[in-house]
Ligand binder design. Structure first.
Ligand code: 5RP
Length: 264
């Protein structure tokens, strides 16, 4: 691995090899989702608690002050909206020159394995990687399921993660599921988990984060279950304790409960 690639990977995955990424890219197909109507207001208070921000160039440019020394992972695919029946029809939406201009530490792109536009999204991934490797920029592949949340099982996600790694993704973002260890064991690059739609209880989120790390995930790239919580800072801290401090589910839950009382 060349110096630039190593350095960027090391800025995202810290000394312990783990990472807390804050996912904020939802607007690229969902528009102004709840709590991201005013992105700056939601994002800025969370910056001290996370290792990187995953977002679109539009939100980065317009809503994040360039004074922050936080690695950014730029979304590089899109072209659809929640109004589409089939969300898999995506194209590459970001050039590598732009990623460099915006000082991106990585770029992220969704693949839709088994969906009507599977081929297009896999070729998108390969093309982005071909370009990004020239600049030493890692590509994070996102194993998207669109509206078919029930697809999230180990057999399907292992297939999607492995294909992403085979095509050259430097890291893969997927979902936690039963038999999660099978996904990690058959994927030769770091795997991080998304949170998915907001869960009923914050403690459920901490449980899946704990289980994912215990079964080999290298971190999380979570959004709604952090910033749609009534206590986003407490959530980010508790998740951080699991990812970086080897906190047990019990310890992380206690930390969350204690911090939640202090958060306005
Ligand atoms: C959409 C994404 C999102 O970043 C991802 O879903 C993570 O956010 P959340 O934890 O809210 O699911 O990549 O394809």
């Amino acid at each position: 691995m060349d110096w630039g690639m190593k350095n960027r990977m090391g800025r995202i995955f810290k000394e312990d090899g783990h990472s807390v990424m804050l996912a904020l890219d939802h607007g690229y197909f969902l528009g102004p989702v709840s709590r991201l109507e005013d992105p700056q207001k939601t994002i800025e208070p969370l910056i001290p608690y996370v290792d990187s921000l995953m977002l679109t160039r539009g939100i980065l440019r317009n809503c994040i002050n360039a004074k922050y020394n936080i690695p950014v992972i730029l979304r590089a695919s899109g072209g659809n909206s929640i109004l589409d029946e089939d969300l898999s029809r995506e194209a590459i939406t970001l050039s590598l020159q732009e990623a460099v201009r915006l000082n991106a530490c990585a770029v992220a792109l969704s693949i839709y394995v088994g969906a009507p536009h599977q081929h297009q999204t896999l070729v998108n991934l390969a093309s982005l990687i071909n370009e990004a490797e020239n600049y030493g920029i890692p590509v994070l592949a996102v194993t998207a399921v669109g509206k078919e949340l029930e697809k999230r099982d180990a057999k399907y996600l292992s297939l999607a993660c492995r294909i992403a790694a085979e095509l050259g993704a430097r890291a893969v973002k997927t979902y936690y599921c039963e038999d999660f260890h099978k996904i990690v064991e058959s994927c030769p690059v770091p795997v991080v988990i998304a949170g998915g739609p907001k869960m009923k209880s914050e403690l459920d989120v901490l449980e899946i984060a704990y289980n994912a790390i215990a079964r080999g995930a290298k971190g999380v790239d979570m959004g709604r279950n952090i910033w749609q919580s009534r206590w986003p800072k407490a959530m980010a801290s508790a998740i951080r304790s699991i990812v970086h401090e080897k906190a047990s589910y019990k310890k992380a839950s206690e930390l969350f409960e204690s911090l939640k009382d202090k958060e306005k």
